[in-house]
Design a protein around this ligand. Structure first.
Ligand SMILES: NC(=O)c1ccc[n+]([C@@H]2O[C@H](COP(=O)([O-])OP(=O)(O)OC[C@H]3O[C@@H](n4cnc5c(N)ncnc54)[C@H](O)[C@@H]3O)[C@@H](O)[C@H]2O)c1
Length: 376
């Protein structure tokens, strides 16, 4: 932790200011954010506004972003300048930049979680510290379907696993809005709520609020599934455009609403089967995050391209390398649900998910099976 600042020490001399000064000093920390993509970089904004020493560290894939931020502070995919309090480092400097960090933030997408566990293990071996995960997704292992906070722990050497309890961020948070200080409320969830509370104390600002939740599995399953289901809601925008429809109140909003409601029902079935709470599906981590993902971002653009009539490979090409976790989660769910088990819902009982798998992974045309919806 940094020392008390001079102005803080001056304040301390004034009557009644001691507690305030101590609290302010406690709130200042060194925070290392690993992964310089959109979300990791966006989280640096509230951290810098809170006065922390923020170190944004690229992965091996982030060389161009790191060079751009180092040269002119401008983040190329967020399209804005990062605050002066954020220092950016290449992956070759990961260990030196993060060694003093009081907390680590993981900004990689699901594909980078295995790399991150290996890369951060030496830092966690030196000292236990809170770890906040922004990554959303699921992994299918022999143990079943695993949420990413558990995948990260499993990627660590055995002797570090007990010490490390990542806190996952779920709920609605578009990186571009957070980076522009647009009000956002998210969910911090972990198997232990102590680190979640501490991280929230360090990060919260008037525009970035965190609600603590104990349903680690439910919240992270919702976070992963919304990427797949939002793709299906976005078919409507593409179909409307394909029919030369104009923007406005007469579009495919009825279609989108029916897909949205079915998405929540199927999410509830999956969350329940994995031991999560149905209340989580109704709340910020479920319906809140699905709403935001349908309304903007790359998953919505990708779904709209499929609705327009592009095949999945064509739509992937048109997305020009954007991270498409919707396809990853569809593929994980397909391999998980294909294995029959009384503990797993059957794929035919999830007609929307089955259709998304067919369109996204197997080249089927968009033809929403509304007749099979709302039966359960
Ligand atoms: N963009 C958003 O609005 C948003 C909102 C909430 C949560 N998230 C989540 O945050 C995570 C990151 O999303 P993003 O928007 O920053 O994506 P991005 O594509 O901008 O950045 C992805 C990050 O992951 C790293 N990465 C990807 N594959 C990797 C691999 N194989 N090995 C090592 N590193 C790898 C990249 O280098 C980069 O740092 C995702 O899981 C996403 O679901 C994003």
């Amino acid at each position: 932790m940094r020392q008390l600042r001079r102005d803080t020490i001056e304040k301390k001399r004034q009557p009644g200011a001691l507690l305030e000064a101590v609290l302010q000093a406690r709130a200042m920390a060194t925070i290392a954010v690993v992964g310089a993509g959109m979300m990791g970089s966006a989280l640096c904004v509230p951290l810098a506004d809170r006065g922390h020493d923020v170190r944004l560290i690229g992965t091996p894939l982030d060389g161009a972003i790191v060079r751009a931020v180092q040269a002119e502070r401008r983040h190329p995919t967020l399209g804005l300048e990062l605050p002066a309090g954020v220092r950016c480092f290449p992956v070759s400097e990961l260990e030196t930049a993060a060694v003093e960090a009081d907390a680590l933030v993981l900004g990689v997408s699901s594909a980078g979680v295995g790399w991150a566990a290996q890369a951060l293990a030496p830092l966690l071996a030196r000292r236990t510290r809170p770890l906040l995960m922004l990554s959303k997704g699921l992994e299918h292992t022999q143990a079943g379907l695993t949420v990413l906070s558990d995948s990260f722990r499993r990627g660590l050497p055995a002797e570090l696993q007990a010490e490390c309890q990542p806190v996952a961020v779920c709920g609605p948070c578009i990186a571009g809005e957070l980076a522009r200080r647009v009000p956002t409320v998210v969910v911090f969830t972990g198997r232990e709520l102590g680190p979640a509370r501490r991280l929230a104390e360090w990060i919260e600002t008037p525009y970035y609020r965190a609600v603590l939740a104990a349903d680690v599995v439910g919240a992270q399953v919702c976070a992963a599934l919304k990427n797949a289901y939002a793709m299906g809601v976005a078919f409507g925008a593409g179909l409307h455009q394909r029919a030369h429809g104009e923007r406005g109140s007469i579009a495919l909003h009825n279609y989108e609403a029916a897909v949205f409601a079915q998405a929540l029902l199927e999410t509830r079935a999956l969350v329940l089967s994995l031991g999560g709470s149905p209340d989580t599906v109704l709340g910020l981590a479920g319906s809140g995050d699905l709403t935001v993902t349908c309304n903007g971002g790359r998953t919505g653009r990708f779904g709209a391209l499929l609705g327009l009539g592009h095949t999945a490979p064509e739509a992937i090409r048109l997305m020009q390398g954007a991270t498409l976790e919707c396809l990853e989660v569809l593929s994980v769910l397909e391999s998980y649900l294909r294995i029959p088990s009384p503990a797993r819902p059957e794929l035919h009982a999830l007609p929307l998910l089955s259709h998304l798998i067919a369109v996204g992974l197997h080249g089927a045309a968009v033809d929403m099976p509304f007749g099979d919806f709302f039966r359960a």
